[in-house]
Design a binder for this molecule. Structure first.
Ligand code: HSE
Length: 311
């Protein structure tokens, strides 16, 4: 009989949200990853099973985002010899721009934290999750991991110190997410970005970010809509995504408040002020990709306030 353990779910997330490259992200209700942690039979944390990854993920805990995030927590509490077994069930696509490696990292550290009843809060273990995700894309930013672990929409004032704030979410805010089945690796999608952008665009982008946050707090959908524009990164990455601008036009026409790339792509998201408009956006997206023979998966979701949970 297998030993008793606990199971956690950590959701996918949409990073950048058009206005906050590396500093803004929100959690989706689905899809997400599942992690099981149980007592092991020999000292140390081992990954015993990885499902749904097509053999692409390493079992070495120092090379696996979930394993490494959990290991960093174990180091922090002085329990690296604790016999523990981890199972990873990938239930979302890699290289999709939906924070797949972040969901694993958040799930891995959260599962161990819950199993060992450390008394540490999600905020306390966030750093370890970000360090886990860093293995995948080489950079330290919490715009996927933060929402996946803590839930909600997270604004990061400073990634280094993880000074973060969960934003107010207006009622009726829905996300329509479109995932075309092409792979874009975050490392590469970051690699193509210019290291300098125009001062004029930065000034305008600051206006968009500030106004977006104000719109969220006052449930001003008009202001949210006018603000949801990415002048800095979207123009540099759009070519990685099949029919991006056609898709954007179709989504805005179908009633999206705004539309942009989810994280490093290829997924895209729209924010909508009701579920009907979000359904219309997804319908338009599916139609456009059907005509162009691009396989696609779509998700309709509210903002997930919980983040990682035991279930
Ligand atoms: N902010 C990140 C990026 C998210 O766009 O590169 C993906 O890790």
């Amino acid at each position: 009989m297998s030993k008793s353990g606990i199971k956690v779910f950590a959701p996918a997330s949409v990073a950048n949200v058009a206005v906050g490259f590396d500093i803004l992200g929100f959690a989706l209700e689905k899809p997400g990853d599942e992690i099981i942690i149980r007592e092991g039979s020999k000292p140390g944390l081992v990954i015993t099973e990885i499902q749904g990854a097509g053999g692409k993920l390493p079992y070495d805990i120092k090379k696996n985002t979930a394993g490494y995030a959990a290991y960093r927590l174990l180091e922090h509490i002085g329990e690296t010899d604790r016999p523990l077994e981890m199972e990873i069930h990938k239930k979302m696509p890699f290289g999709s721009g939906l924070g797949s490696s972040a969901a694993s990292a958040a799930g891995g550290v959260y599962a161990v934290n819950e199993f060992l009843r450390t008394g540490l809060s999600k905020q306390d273990i966030l750093r370890f999750a970000v360090e886990g995700e860093q293995i995948a894309d080489g950079a330290f930013h919490a715009d996927n991991v933060g929402p996946s672990l803590l839930g909600g929409m997270i604004l990061i004032r400073d990634n280094e110190t993880l000074d973060i704030k969960k934003l107010h979410i207006p009622p009726w805010l829905y996300a329509a997410v479109i995932y075309p089945h092409v792979e874009v690796l975050t490392r590469e999608s970051r690699g193509i970005l210019k290291s300098e952008v125009s001062f004029k665009d930065v000034v305008r982008q600051q206006g968009n970010l500030g106004a977006f946050v104000a719109g969220m707090y006052t449930s001003d959908y008009g202001l949210i809509s006018r603000s949801l524009q990415d002048l800095l990164v979207e123009p540099q990455r759009a070519h990685l995504i099949p029919h991006f601008y056609e898709m954007k036009n179709a989504a805005l026409k179908a009633g999206a408040l705004g539309f942009s790339i989810s994280g490093a792509g290829p997924s895209m998201f729209a924010l909508c002020d009701n579920s009907n408009n979000a359904e219309n956006v997804l319908e338009a997206a599916e139609k456009l990709y059907k005509i162009n023979k691009v396989p696609v998966t779509t998700y309709l979701s509210r903002i997930n306030h919980e983040g990682a949970i035991r279930f």
